[in-house]
Ligand binder design. Structure first.
Ligand SMILES: [Zn+2]
Length: 126
């Protein structure tokens, strides 16, 4: 019996406590990939197509969460390449070195206070 792409895809999904669906299959760079008819497809693009959404080849799939291997359709949005680049910029995942640690990240309150005061000091010193 031949299993459908959707069934095959679901075998690789590991739901996480934070709501993300981590793709546990093969990876290419930071992203999950799935071989379909001998061709490698990005897992998050497959997720959007399986969700029944249109995905033209020249459009990107943007992750609304921070997990690059996430394939939860609710966390994926079809967008333009330009929007995708803006996301990377916002998330600090572009090639540029990160200068800031966001206070919202998993720091304990003391570290958070240090980070913020250091940030202010740096700003004041120009
Ligand atoms: Zn997610």
């Amino acid at each position: 019996m031949k299993i459908t792409l959707s069934e095959r895809f679901q075998k690789f999904i590991q739901p996480r406590a934070d709501g993300c669906w981590e793709f546990m299959g093969a990876k290419q760079g930071a992203y999950g990939v799935l071989s379909i008819d001998g061709k490698l497809n990005l897992a998050h693009r497959v997720a959007v197509k399986l969700d029944g959404r249109k995905l033209p080849e020249d459009m990107c799939v943007r992750h609304l969460c921070k997990l690059k291997t996430c394939v939860n359709p609710a966390h994926l949005q079809v967008g333009t390449l330009k929007e995708n680049q803006a996301d990377r910029h916002r998330d600090g995942t572009s090639n540029r070195k990160r200068l800031w640690i966001k206070p919202s990240e998993n720091l304990n309150p003391d570290e958070q206070a240090n980070t913020i005061s250091n940030g202010v000091a740096t700003t004041l010193l120009g």
